[in-house]
Write a protein of this length. Structure first.
Lengths: 446, 315
């Protein structure tokens, strides 16, 4: 059989002298580009930044990045969007492969401790000190606590959120409640929820007062905690956590929560025009500062107000959550100084105020909260104040928090929908999470 | 025929001239070079990860720090301490035992209906096939609406007929049934294969059976079904593998809820690997899933000798 390969090979060889000119031509063509650079000084340092924001929020951030690039001719920040869950998973793969960008905000606060303890993040304490910054002074208390892992700072925030309850004033009035004095205690909240709930003759909901959820945060309201801040030990069976879970369970007993869930699913999610709060089918809604833009968009005529999570006697007042995306410098970053210059600039009061007001978040930087842009809206004045409360809690510094938080959710669901026993479930959670944390610690020390 | 193939299998026979031997080695190398893209791909992207996962299953491994060897600890934990392991295995077996036969029967039923000589049949076939090529995520979102307990079309229809209106995805007792129902919508994939096989059932056989006095049902039972049995086996095995890996719909629609009723094995595995940083544990889970699937597939193969008929083979 004749093989055509040698013929083709020799044909290629014959043509090679011609092709050999290509690289030379390419170099000749590109040389002036390089020379141009040389003539104007060293090329700016490239900082690759992965952002977790997309669409309009990305654009808002891009305007700030452009401004940074203009102010810092020696550094060029290139921002890439790694949006959604796949984006956040990409981060994990990047860390595993050691192929990280220079700065990223594609890390949830939940994951910060896990990454920090695995040694893939650069501690920022030295940089903060040199730049004359102080975490506890510059940032709101909950955010500052959340960013410290075992005494060291591993990231900074440019945004945060708050948690509170929004209420429909018209329904309050209709139910005989004072629309200008919303509940301040758990007892008042329960009474208001009862007063606002209306069922038809068949027992189906026509409207309900309040459906509490989110054991992870309510535990703090009841004086509980998930991790002992002093020892780092798991405290799932803390009496405060149990009190919160029992209170949630009281709703499951008083109302048919399955029916409530079915009723709620009749309407859209909280982020659509058909959301139950917007159409007046629920009197009180656990939400955050983002509620404002949704109400403005979907129910502009709604007469509504807001109040902080009410607390039981001996509980914590003005409790709120902290969290969201965290800006970090990976330990594998080559030019950490350039990366820090960008991170430092972006988390200063002015850019933070502009970014947060642009995307409708609460600023985690204390000074940014004083910006007039937040003082124009009554809700944002309230939210900014709430974010400064010392009873604001972000994820506790345990490497297993993503797992732990999910398991807290499962316990809550078992109690609320399955009638599970709070004491037994929290004891079981305590045992399993202690084990999980022990495993993680062993891995980290190994 | 036999001799020729044995000659082909023997490389560089000793009686060849040295030049011929070199030529044949060159031919071999050329062949290997042409196959190299696949061989390299197989080794790098398949063989190595499979072997590595077997090793990782014996380690505590978070994909960031080096793996730490812990023997069979992952397996022991899985069997003795992880309630979700058993729950998810049970949920998955439910889909295999309850969902798979229903799906197979539905695609066969549709194929039988669409195998008739009716005008515009190609249009019907296309219509029934279309859902199976719709992306699973899109289908899932659509069904979230259809299955809505109050506003969904399904419950509205049931209500009109004065039938019970289940809570579907909001009710642990109905959530898996809802997913099985949704799976039936994609029965077109299996249907196409059945249709192809149905066209291959020789008319002479059905005619002969009819002449012998067999009714339609008997023809189906004793002629069509045996002739289809290799294809049923194929669909069964593929369905078995697919059902054991049931993931996307639960990931998109329920995240495993309500009350873990749709926490399937693959979803639990995914959570352990990508949310909890427990790659070693997830690898161990993957191996257990592989073994369970393998055993089930082998059992099916073992019984298939009794019910699968290959034309041309004596039985």
């Amino acid at each position: 059989m004749r093989r055509p390969a040698p013929a083709a090979a020799s044909a290629l060889r014959r043509r090679l002298p011609g092709l050999a000119w290509l690289p030379i031509a390419a170099v000749a063509l590109l040389a002036p580009v390089g020379c141009g650079r040389l003539a104007t000084g060293p090329a700016p340092k490239q900082v690759i930044y992965w952002t977790g924001w997309s669409a309009e929020e990305f654009n808002t951030q891009q305007r700030l990045v452009d401004e940074f690039n203009r102010e810092h001719p020696g550094i060029q920040v290139q921002m890439l969007s790694q949006f959604g869950n796949s984006g956040y998973q990409k981060v994990r793969i990047a860390f595993a492969g050691g192929a990280t960008p220079d700065v990223m905000s594609t890390i949830w606060a939940d994951e910060l401790a896990g990454y920090a303890m695995r040694g893939v993040l650069e501690p920022l304490d030295g940089y903060l000190k040199r730049s004359g910054r102080n975490l506890e002074r510059d940032f709101t208390p909950g955010v500052a606590r959340m960013l410290r892992v075992r005494g060291k700072v591993y990231g900074l925030c440019a945004t945060t959120n708050t948690s509170f309850i929004a209420y429909n004033k018209s329904i309050f009035r209709e139910a005989g409640l004072d629309p200008y004095h919303p509940p301040t205690t758990i007892a008042e909240l329960d009474a208001a929820a009862r007063a606002c709930t209306v069922s038809d003759r068949r027992g189906s909901f026509v409207r309900y007062g309040f459906r509490p959820g989110g054991l992870a945060l309510w535990a703090y309201v009841f004086g509980g905690q998930w991790v002992d801040p002093a020892t780092g030990h798991i405290t799932a069976d803390h009496p405060g956590n149990l009190a919160a879970l029992r209170w949630l369970a009281s709703y499951a007993k008083r109302y048919d929560l399955k029916k409530m869930q079915v009723f709620q699913s009749t309407f859209g999610s909280d982020q659509t025009a058909n959301g139950p709060f917007f159409v007046g089918k629920v009197a009180m809604w656990s939400t955050g500062e983002w509620a404002e833009q949704f109400v403005r968009r979907y129910a502009p005529d709604l007469e509504w107000g807001w109040f902080p999570l009410p607390a039981p006697p001996g509980g914590r007042t003005a409790c709120s959550s902290a969290g969201g995306s965290v800006f970090v410098i990976p330990a594998a970053c080559k030019d950490k100084e350039a990366a820090w210059t960008f991170l430092d600039w972006f988390t200063r009061p002015k850019p933070v105020a502009r970014f947060c007001s642009g995307i409708g978040n609460v600023p985690p930087v204390v000074e940014a909260g004083a910006d007039p842009v937040f003082q124009q809206s009554a809700l944002f004045r309230f939210a900014v104040n709430l974010s400064r409360s010392s009873n604001t809690f972000g994820p506790p510094g345990t490497p297993i928090w993503p797992t732990y938080a999910r398991e807290i959710g499962r316990v809550e669901e078992k109690v609320m929908l399955g009638g599970g026993d709070p004491v037994a479930l929290l004891a079981d959670l305590q045992r399993r999470m202690t084990r999980e944390q022990l495993d993680a610690m062993q891995d980290l020390s190994g | 025929m036999k001799e020729r193939s044995s000659h082909l299998l023997t490389s560089s026979p000793p009686h060849l001239h040295p030049y011929r031997r070199r030529a044949s080695r060159n031919a071999q190398l050329t062949g290997l070079a042409f196959a190299a893209p696949w061989i390299v791909g197989f080794i790098v992207f398949f063989a190595y990860p499979v072997i590595a996962s077997a090793y990782y299953s014996l380690c505590s491994f978070d994909a960031i720090r080096p793996p730490r060897f812990i023997g069979f600890e992952n397996y022991r934990r899985m069997f003795t301490e992880d309630d979700l392991f058993w729950k998810s295995l049970w949920n998955t077996l439910y889909m295999v035992v309850a969902g798979l036969p229903v799906g197979l029967a539905a695609s066969l039923g549709i194929a039988l209906l669409l195998n008739r000589k009716v005008k515009g049949m190609t249009v019907y076939r296309t219509i029934y096939y279309l859902p199976s090529i719709t992306p699973v995520v899109a289908t899932s979102i659509l069904w979230l609406w259809l299955l809505n307990p109050e506003m969904g079309l399904i419950n509205i229809a049931l209500g009109k007929m004065h039938l019970m209106q289940p809570g579907w995805l909001t009710d642990p007792a109905w959530a898996k049934a809802a997913l099985i129902l949704m799976g039936l919508w994609g029965a077109g994939g299996g249907m196409v294969i059945y249709l192809a096989a149905l066209q291959d059932v020789p008319e002479s056989l059905t005619e002969a059976a009819a002449l012998d006095g067999a009714g339609k049902l008997q023809q189906f039972r004793h002629v069509t079904l045996p002739m289809l049995s290799p294809v049923i086996l194929f669909n069964l095995i593929m369905g078995l593998i697919g059902s054991f890996q049931y993931f996307t719909q639960a990931y998109v629609m329920t995240s495993g809820g309500p009350q873990d009723s749709t926490m399937f094995y693959a979803l639990h595995l995914f959570n352990r690997a990508f949310l909890d940083f427990r790659m070693g544990y997830a690898s161990a889970m993957a191996w257990v899933l592989f073994l369970v699937t393998l055993v089930c597939a082998l059992l099916v193969f073992k019984t298939s000798a009794r019910w699968v008929y290959y034309a041309g083979e004596g039985r």
